[in-house]
Structure formats: C-alpha cells, structure tokens
Design a protein around this ligand. Sequence first.
Ligand SMILES: [Zn+2]
Length: 227
Amino acid sequence: MFNLVEQAALGLSQAHLSDFQGRLVEHRIKRDLEQMVSAAKKSGITLTLASTFRDFERQSLIWNNKFNLIRPVFDINDNPVDMASLNDAEKCFAIMLFSAIPGASRHHFGTDMDVFDASKVADDYQLQLCQAEYSEHGPFCELSNWLANNAEKYGFFLPYKHFNGGVAKEPWHISHIERSEFYMNVHSEQLLVDALKQSNVAGWPTLVDQLDEIYPHFVTNITLAGS
Ligand SMILES: [Zn+2]
C-alpha cells in the first residue's frame, strides 16, 4: 500500500537507517552528524544522542498510554493535565503539545534526534528533556547556545526552537535540514490519514476528522532553518 519512501516517512520501515554510536539514524546524515559531534567536543561539549529513530509502533505506545491515562500529560507550564475531564478531541490536542501523532513524528525519519551534553551530568543522571535543563541555570545551557550558533554549519537545525502555537519549544530536538526536508516532502495529510485508518492509534477517528486543522498546526508548523 505504501512505497518504501512513504513507509520511511511514516515510521513503518527501517530500511533507510544505519547505526551511529549504537543508535539508528538515517544513513545519509552520518557524516554531518559525526562532524558536528567532533566540533562540539572541541568546544568542551559531549553531544550525546538520547533518542533518535522511533517507529510507528513505539510512537503509538507513547500516544495510547497518554490517551488512556497510563502516562501523564503536561501543559505548556509543565503542569499535569486532568485528562479524565477531557473529550477525545481535547485529549488529542493536549497530547500533541509534546508528543507527535503516530505517523507524523519527525523521529520516524531518522533525521531528527533529542540530544544532551553527557559531560555536564553524572552517568546515572535521569534525563527529563524539560526546559529547565536547557535554560540559563540548567546543565545543558552551554549545549543549547552552541547548537543555536553552530548546528546549521553542519547541516542541522532546531525545528522546535520557538513555540509557534503547535508543538512546545524543544531545545533538545535537532534535525538534519536536507534529509528531513526530503521526508517531509513525501509526507502529506492524506498519507497520514491512510496510515491512521489502518492503525490502532487511540482516538484516530477524531484525528482523521480534524486533520485539516491539526496538520498545519502540529505537523508542518516548525521553526525553519535560518530563523
Ligand atoms: Zn524529539
């Protein structure tokens, strides 16, 4: 039903991936990633990958656990959301602030990753991926500034650098400019509808129903490279 590139864009294939430091990334970004990691090292930053490729199944598990109140959902101020009081549409919108719809996560591409600086914390540090860690007094403030000034030199950008009314600000999330664009160009609202209709994603009928509004707000609404 889906060709190979569409499968890659939806997180339904691993054929476009290969190993980088024990993690799966899109094979064509490896050189740029290697160069960025070693440049960061020279600036005293151990740029470490926390999360890279995630498949449709894994994203569904995260989504369904949040939808079904098994995993907490937080609002823009990091306060827990009372999910039990929300209808299906409201639940979906609450989740999408921090978690992508399965089939619409940039982590499916293998071109996107969450990073931290391993040299600033203990080996057993529990990474939260929250704003405080990456802001002024946090352990990854230096990494954050370094990425803002240097990521693009190595072909990467921060798609969630600013909150644009869709996905919350994610200073830890970097993306390979050229290769992520390749998969985004393959991705479409219709492709996502087709994937959701044959999935077990909780609330999928609501998502399909409201995708005209959701897609431009949460999928294509990113901070572009160079801004
Ligand atoms: Zn991420």
